[in-house]
Write a protein that binds this ligand. Sequence first.
Ligand code: NAD
Length: 308
Amino acid sequence: MALILDGNSIRDQILKECQPRVAALAAAERPPGLGVILAGDNDASARYVRSKVKACQTLGIYSEQLTPPASVTTAELLEMVECLNQRPEIDGILVQLPLPPQVDTKRVLLAVNPEKDVDGIHPLNVGRLVENTPGPRPCTPAGIMELLKRYGIVVSGRRAVVIGRSDIVGKPMALLLMHQHATVTICHSRTPNLAEVCREADILVAAIGRAALVTADFIKPCAAVIDVGQNRISTQEEVRRIFRDSPEKQAEFARKGSLLVGDVNPLDALEWAGAYTPVPGGVGPLTIAMLMANTVDAAERRLGACST
Ligand code: NAD
C-alpha cells in the first residue's frame, strides 16, 4: 500500500514559512503585491483565481484582479500588463491561462516584466531554468520538487520519467529533476511503448490531462508516482473503469454529478507505488503555495533583500 503524499500539509508548511517574510516586508516597506489578469468567463480559471486570491488574503499579500471580458483584444491585454509592470506596489503578475482564442497568448506573456513573472514562464526565466541559475520556477513543478524534498524522496541518481511536455509542467519538471541529478526521460503523445518506458521509473510524473491513463502496467513496484492531472469525469462508465465497484465513489458521483480524477488510476497507484500524490489533495495545493512563495521572493528581490 503506497504512502500517501499529502499536498495539503506541504502547502501549509510552505505558507507558514512565507508568513514571517510577508510580515517583515510589510513592516519594512509594504506587503508583497500580486496582480492577476483573469480574462473571459472560464469557470475553472475563475475557481483557480479565487483560490489564489484567498491564499494572498490569508498570508497578508496584497492582491488585485483585472477581469476583462471574453472579447478582450491582445492590445488591451498588453496595456493591462504594461500598467502592472509600471506599478511599484505590484511584485508579481499572473496572467491566468487559457486566454480567449483571439488573443496572442505568447505576446501577452512576453510582455510581463521577467522580474514580476511569478509563474516562471517568461523566456528569460525559462533560460534561467535551463541554465540552473536563480529565478522564479514554474509553480507546479517547483511544488513537486518541494514535496519530494520534504518527504525525503531521493532524486539524485534515480530514473525519472515525466509524461507530458508542456511548457508549464512537463518540460520544467524534467529540467528540475535533471538539475537534481535524476536521469530523466520525457514521454508524450507519440511515445511508443509508453507503459514499458514508465515502468523503468523510480519517480513517475504524469502531466497528461487524460483521466487515469496511467494504470498498474506503467508503475514500477515501489516507485514514487506524482499525479499532476486534474480531469473531471461525468459518466458512470468512467467511474466504474477507474474506481471499479467502490460504493463510496459511486455515492460521491451520485451526489455531485461528476468527480475530479488525476492521470493515474488511484487504485493501481495505491496497490503498486511506494508513494503517491492523490487527486485531489496532492499536487494541486502545492501550485498555489509556490505562487505565494514566488511572489514573496519577487518582493524580496525588488526590495533588495533576497538571499537567493
Ligand atoms: P497540456 O495539454 O499542455 O500537455 C499535455 C501533455 O500530455 C502533452 O505534452 C502531450 O504530448 C501529452 N499527452 C497527451 N496525451 C497523451 C497520451 N495519450 N500519452 C502520452 N502523453 C500524452 O497539459 P498541461 O498543462 O501540462 O497539464 C496536464 C495536466 O495537468 C492537466 O490535467 C492539467 O489540468 C493538470 N495541471 C494541474 C496543475 C495542478 O496544479 N495540479 C497545474 C497544471 C496542470
